[in-house]
Design a protein around this ligand. Structure first.
Ligand code: GDD
Ligand code: MN
Length: 408
């Protein structure tokens, strides 16, 4: 072991674009940092142990620090004497997570370009399967909290809700990008250099994966489940500002420049099955309503009866969708817990559909048609809500992403 630390890497300037030339090194992993001095030692030692095994002498680690007040860059630079595969960039002009990652990739030599958080919230072992998938042909491998084997550790309901809300906004604003992965917020992924080389990346805020999928030329995507760990040292840099930037980023991606359009086949078979199940639900709803509220039967109050009838219909639809419409997905997410989770999500989506239905009916009847054609307005509202229910359940409850998935 030598005792010399290596020189700092100079931050590149100019457009945020990656060239296609590389040295033949298989893998470069960028670690963006801001005030992570307490974490970098442990992280670099974990990563090195893992990668020395997996890709001996065939990888590099590039830490990109934005001149942290806690001198993360300096702590990291001292590590280079023990870890010669580590290079450190100290940025004094530019700031921000996404540009840090791209600047790191710009000086990278690898054919596969990756990124991992420095705070040990991304378990390094997941890299193994991600690398495996890219070597097997995927252009992009994403560590996901929302496929089998994935999750979050200790999140409050509010945080889960915000995270999901952000995903739903993404599905609405930019379905062709956000809908391609189960965890569009992931900051833990690797991409084949050739898929992004030559495209200028223009990210805003935190979510660089959106930029990679949106601007790059990403064919096959693989997803690997991982559990988002709790932070032990240092603090998260996320504030409300990142949520605003995220929305701004989606709008900008949508409105500006070329969006990579990978043709996604409309799942017509699934949609038809979903429609048939929906019709069966109408029948169930009617029968239960009759049994509970009709004067010749139980004669219960209308509201109470309808709530029960509606919920029985939702249960009916869920069971058929789980067993038929989305049977392939349900098979890969077995167990009572997973099933219950799907049912709860299905309920939430149906409820949101009901609210949307009422709003749309009012809007179309009162505003668009000038208080005429009540039933036509209702028919249109129902059609829109059916599409909404289908799409949201496809992306959230059963999570179909048209990609190759890893199960372990
Ligand atoms: N260079 C640089 N500049 N690094 C930064 C900056 C910056 O301005 N801001 C944050 N980082 C680094 C942090 O030091 C950490 O290594 C990583 O980026 C993630 O930042 P955190 O602040 O820890 O983010 P988080 O854990 O709340 O948020 C994460 O959310 C996703 C899941 O919801 C994201 O960063 C994703 O990576 C993650 O998957
Ligand atoms: Mn973090």
């Amino acid at each position: 072991m030598n005792s010399y630390t290596s020189e700092l890497v100079k931050p590149p300037q100019g457009p945020l674009r990656i060239t296609s030339t590389h040295s033949g090194l298989p893998f470069s992993l960028v670690i963006p940092t801001y005030n992570e001095s307490k974490n970098v030692g442990k992280l670099v030692s974990y990563l090195s142990a893992l990668l020395d095994n997996l890709l001996p002498n065939q990888y590099e680690l590039i830490l990109v620090d934005d001149n942290s007040p806690d001198n993360t860059w300096e702590v990291a630079q001292q590590l280079t004497s023990n870890y010669p595969q580590l290079r450190v960039m100290r940025r004094q002009q530019e700031r921000g997570l996404s540009s840090a990652v791209i600047r790191g990739w710009q000086v990278a030599q690898g054919e596969i370009l990756g990124v991992i958080d420095a705070d040990l919230q991304h378990p390094p072992e997941t890299l193994k399967q991600m690398i495996h998938h890219v070597q097997a042909g995927a252009d992009l491998a994403v560590a996901s909290r929302h496929v089998h084997g994935g999750g979050v550790s200790d999140w409050s309901p509010i945080r889960r809700f915000l995270s999901r809300g952000a995903q739903v906004c993404g599905l609405l604003i930019l379905p062709s990008v956000v809908g391609r992965v189960t965890d569009p917020m992931s900051g833990y992924f690797m991409v084949r250099r050739s898929a992004i080389a030559g495209h200028t990346l223009n990210p805003l805020g935190y979510k660089i994966l959106l930029e990679v999928i949106g601007r790059g030329n990403v064919g096959e995507i693989a997803e690997v489940g991982y559990v988002f760990q709790e932070r032990e040292e240092g603090e998260s840099k996320v504030t409300w500002k990142q949520y605003v930037e995220y929305l701004g980023h989606l709008v900008r991606l949508r409105s500006q420049g070329r969006i990579a359009r990978i043709r996604q086949k409309f799942p017509i078979g699934r949609f038809l099955r979903f429609g048939v199940v929906g019709l069966s639900g109408v029948f169930v709803d009617m029968v239960v309503l009759y049994l509970l509220s009709d004067p010749s039967t139980l004669a219960w109050g209308l509201t109470r009866s309808k709530i029960i009838a509606g919920e029985v219909a939702i249960l009916n639809n869920f069971l058929w969708n789980d067993a038929w419409t989305f049977a392939d997905i349900a098979r890969s997410q077995q167990g009572m817990g997973a099933r219950l989770k799907r049912f709860l999500k299905f309920n939430v989506v149906c409820l949101s559909g009901l609210v949307l239905n009422v709003l749309l009916l009012n809007l179309i009847f009162n505003v668009v048609f000038g208080q005429q054609y009540r039933y036509l307005a209702n028919l249109i509202a129902i059609a829109v809500v059916t599409a909404w229910n289908f799409w949201m359940n496809l992306k959230l409850s059963w999570r179909v992403t048209q990609v190759k998935k890893s199960d372990n």
